[in-house]
Ligand binder design. Structure first.
Ligand code: HEM
Ligand code: CU
Length: 437
């Protein structure tokens, strides 16, 4: 039986998690959740009416010990439009609690359950239409620690994937509404970690230090997609298969079913940025399922070292054509050829780019504000965050200096500047030469 006075669970916002449990006896734990319907950003400049537990997607991570009795209070915000409930996969009993917690706006329900099995479990709203309540963000996780607790690590974080169905296309700005047709087709507009594009990137990146060990509690709310969860640049030392007690080692990618979860531990022996992705990789680079772990500390060349980069095509061998003075018409034709052969693969034939991946060169405020800067971009490539026409890009353009002559770069930039509704102007081969050095 539970010992001592009931314990109030201290909930924190994701990606935070409550502190590890050091109790060696079962207790009565009081958990208070409130369902709230809140309009928030799902991506920069894109808003969505989320349905949530405690105002966030995912809802807070609940952490108890095997044998604990959980007294769960579910309130529904008086401003809600819907009835909501909760089904916790850690519960053995009807509906995982949903049957006992249907809660109208302005009401509170209470039910208790004994956490009989340790593991990492999903909870979600199970009010009809269930897929809609989940697609709007109503899910979270409950961790039931085994009696002996979990092994000590340096950092613990909480990440939950979900698929979202908006009427507008990816990155279409403004308030977007729920698209039932896309839900039925299981074709989400967004696939996200923690309910917002960028929630775990840039300033919000998860943190680690060289030599540290990181534990991720990873869940998948769905409602539809199965996640191929992977961290680019890391190997899972331990992965709890499907969140159960079986631990696999040295895993590259682990499946997280819809309505399922896992717990992974990874080491961060070298500094740099690791990327969390759903390795159904279109979702990562074109639907938002991208997060970061930023690892700080001194370089570790014995484990990872970048070698020198050298051109294997001789630069002096190329510029035979440089001696031939091209006419303006020939320059434009050559620029078009280079654009079609090289640039359009990424920036697209119409130069409009691809949302979330390649910025537009058409009407690009970034290009037009400083055309000479583009010389260095084509020669040496570009990486890091840039903003083009109010949209952020954080991707990598390769250096094209080794494969394109000064003339070709001058021609293609002149071509781009005088087409696609850009502002005009010319770039000369000698200007390119000066930047190439
Ligand atoms: C960015 C030009 C080829 C991928 C840019 C920018 C320019 C540019 C001017 C700055 C942003 C803007 O104005 O929109 C060109 C030209 C190319 C070329 C003239 C051909 C000669 C490519 C190719 C790729 C690529 C082949 C893909 C393999 C990118 C990416 C960025 C970018 C990802 C954004 C980088 C970041 O986020 O930091 N490019 N590009 N580009 N380009 Fe290209
Ligand atoms: Cu609900």
């Amino acid at each position: 039986p539970p010992q001592g006075a009931p314990i109030e669970e201290k909930l924190v916002d994701p990606p935070g998690v409550p502190a590890p449990i050091h109790r060696n006896y079962p207790a009565r734990v009081i958990v208070r959740l409130e369902t709230r319907e809140v309009v928030k950003e799902i991506a920069d400049g894109v808003r969505y009416d989320f349905w949530t537990f405690n105002g966030s997607t995912p809802g807070p991570l609940i952490r108890v010990r095997e044998g604990d009795t959980v007294e769960l209070h579910l309130r529904n915000d008086p401003n809600s439009h819907m009835t909501h409930n909760i089904d916790l996969h850690a519960v053995m009993g009807p509906g995982g609690g949903a049957v006992s917690t249907a809660t109208a706006p302005g009401h509170e329900s209470v039910f208790t359950f004994k956490a009989l099995r340790s593991g990492v479990f999903v909870y979600h709203c199970a009010t009809p239409p269930v897929p809609m309540h989940i697609a709007n963000g109503m899910y979270g996780m409950i961790v039931v620690e085994p009696p002996q607790g979990l092994p000590k690590v340096d950092h613990e974080y909480y990440v939950m994937q979900g698929d979202f169905y908006t009427t507008g296309t990816y990155h279409e700005p403004g308030l977007q509404s729920f698209d039932m047709q896309k839900l039925l087709l299981e074709q989400p507009t967004y696939v996200l970690f923690n309910g917002r594009e960028g929630s775990l990137a840039g300033d919000n990146a998860l943190k680690s230090s060289v030599g540290d060990k990181v534990r991720l509690f990873v869940g998948n709310g769905g409602p539809n997609l199965v996640s191929s969860f992977h961290v680019i640049g890391a190997i899972f030392d331990d992965a709890n298969v499907e969140g159960g007690t079986l631990v696999n080692h040295n895993v590259q990618t682990t499946l997280v079913p819809a309505g399922g979860a896992t717990m992974v531990e990874l080491s961060t022996p070298v500094p740099g940025t690791l990327l969390l992705v759903d390795h159904s990789i279109t979702r990562a680079f074109m639907k938002g399922a991208l997060g970061q772990i930023s690892v700080s500390g001194p370089p570790q060349p014995a484990i990872y070292e970048k070698g020198p980069s050298t051109a294997f095509v001789s630069k002096t061998a190329q510029p035979a054509q440089q001696s031939v003075a091209l006419s303006v018409g020939d320059k434009a034709a050559d620029g078009k050829r280079v654009f079609t052969q090289i640039c359009s693969a990424c920036h697209q034939g119409n130069a409009m780019g691809l949302p979330g991946a390649f910025p537009p060169l058409a009407m690009s405020d970034y290009l037009n504000s400083d055309p000479k800067r583009a010389i260095g971009i084509v020669l040496h490539g570009l990486s890091g965050k840039i903003t083009v026409n109010s949209t952020g890009y954080e991707s990598v353009m390769p250096a094209l200096g080794p494969q394109l002559s000064d003339d070709e770069i001058a021609n293609v930039l002149t071509y781009v500047l005088n087409n696609f509704n850009n502002k005009g102007g010319t770039i000369s081969a000698s200007e390119v030469k000066a930047v190439r050095k």
